[in-house]
Design a protein around this ligand. Structure first.
Ligand code: HEC
Length: 161
């Protein structure tokens, strides 16, 4: 009885199919993101649209906790928007929140940045920015209660036996 030679061709075909599937899978793993973005450029446009949408007031309210604007750490008060827009353009708002100064001190810091760090002329925005800073980031002494008036104190004599 002569043995029929085994036909490996179906097996070979199966092997090639599996190999092809593996290659496709690895290409997908390595370059899936780029490939996907080739076919779907839409998300980038919607993100730009989102940024342009003037619905910030709703999200801004979500970002304020206990009077602090959480993303920047700035106190939410009159002039906040100006300060956020102007004073976080070059550096973190931490430089602002970690400092305390009088109106004169803040003015000097702004002058220093203008003469050495390329800060532009703030124009009409300068006054509201400085009053926001001087009010919310004032030296400790200014925030303290007024000194006691000596005349208002009723002195008494401590009698010791
Ligand atoms: C054009 C860029 C620019 C803008 C806009 C800007 N700053 Fe600055 N500021 C700088 C640079 C640069 C420094 C130095 C940073 C450092 O030392 O790391 C600085 C430093 C500071 C410091 C630290 C000063 C010190 O003595 O250490 C404070 C406070 C500050 N800025 C506040 C502000 C405020 C308030 C505003 C908004 C009115 C503002 N900055 C806007 C560039 C800028």
């Amino acid at each position: 009885m002569k043995k029929q030679p085994v036909d490996f061709r179906p097996l070979l075909l199966l092997f090639h199919l599996a190999l092809a599937a593996c290659i496709v899978f690895f290409v997908y793993l390595l370059a899936g993101d780029q490939l996907a973005s080739l076919f779907t450029p839409a998300p980038q446009i919607t993100e730009q649209q989102k940024a342009a949408q003037p619905n910030q007031s709703a999200s801004l309210e979500d970002e304020i906790v206990n009077g602090i604007h959480v993303p920047t750490g700035l106190i939410y008060d009159e002039g906040f928007e100006l300060v956020r827009a102007t004073c976080t353009a070059c550096h973190s708002a931490k430089l602002v929140t970690q400092n305390k100064a009088t109106q004169e001190g803040w003015t000097q810091m702004i002058r220093w940045m203008q003469s050495t760090q390329g800060l532009w002329d703030l124009g009409a925005n300068e006054a509201p920015i400085i009053s926001y800073l001087a009010k919310n980031y004032a030296p400790e002494e200014i925030g303290r209660r007024a000194n006691l008036e000596v005349a208002a104190i009723e002195w008494y004599i401590l009698e010791l036996d």
